[in-house]
Unconditional design. Structure first.
Length: 238
């Protein structure tokens, strides 16, 4: 009689298991002894010092994909062959400066069975190596860091895109300001009215008044000149 999934184990290995090693390939193997169903998903909680964004899928069963989660990742896809081990590989940007790394793992089978390999030596099970408890998490032992090895800079890569700037030159609004188009839209898409824009320009709106006054002056001057020329023509004709 074949043993159930609870008798299976999860393992992790690496060719360069050394602290602070870069671009390291980790191979995970889930042993399957369930003749009725294969694997459909493996969820992993990453150890301290390994961020989800620093992990990439290198090799997996056909159709399986990796998706990062809060504190780890999941690898899932079509159900694998029943009774066959499931193996996949990930690449880690850099291993942390530690002696060992525990990768808590939860396996899901096609029939809904779940196996949890999450026990570690610091959870009150086992005797120090994390592998003599009932359902031990996969543990990777690390050699000391190579001479001169240093941690890589952390944080998200720079997208190279400039931050939005509300002080950019305004362009005509599209009616989203007050329903009548009486607004201007900055290059960042924020709509402001003319008073706010004038204040941002630093002249308190003075640029609008001279234009209006100038236009009125031209009209008044034009009207006065026409009246004067008409009276002169009438006088000459008399």
């Amino acid at each position: 009689m074949a043993a159930g999934p609870a008798q299976a184990h999860a393992h992790v290995t690496a060719a360069e298991a050394r602290a602070l090693a870069e671009n390291v390939t980790l191979t995970f193997t889930s042993e399957a002894e369930n003749p009725e169903a294969g694997f459909t998903e493996v969820r992993v909680e990453l150890p301290d010092g390994v961020e989800p964004g620093a992990v990439k899928l290198k090799k997996a069963p056909k159709g399986w994909k990796l998706k990062t989660t809060d504190g780890g990742y999941r690898v899932a896809g079509p159900e694998t062959e029943a009774g066959a081990d499931a193996e996949y590989q990930i690449t880690v940007r850099q291993l942390p400066d530690a002696r060992k790394l525990a990768f808590k793992t939860v396996e899901t089978y096609g029939d809904g069975t779940v196996a949890r390999w999450i026990e570690t030596s610091d959870s009150g099970h086992g005797h120090g190596d994390g592998h003599d408890s009932g359902q031990p998490a996969p543990v990777l032992e690390l050699k000391p860091a190579a001479p001169g090895a240093t941690p890589l800079a952390s944080g998200e890569p720079d997208s190279g895109e400039p931050a939005p700037d509300d002080s950019a030159v305004a362009v005509p609004g599209d009616g989203t300001g007050d329903g009548e188009g009486n607004g201007v839209t900055t290059s960042s898409g924020r709509v402001v009215d003319e008073t706010e824009q004038a204040a941002a320009d630093g002249d308190g709106g003075s640029s609008v008044v001279p234009l209006a006054a100038g236009a009125a002056g031209v009209l008044a001057l034009g009207g006065g000149a026409w009246w004067f020329l008409r009276r002169r023509s009438a006088a000459d004709a008399g």
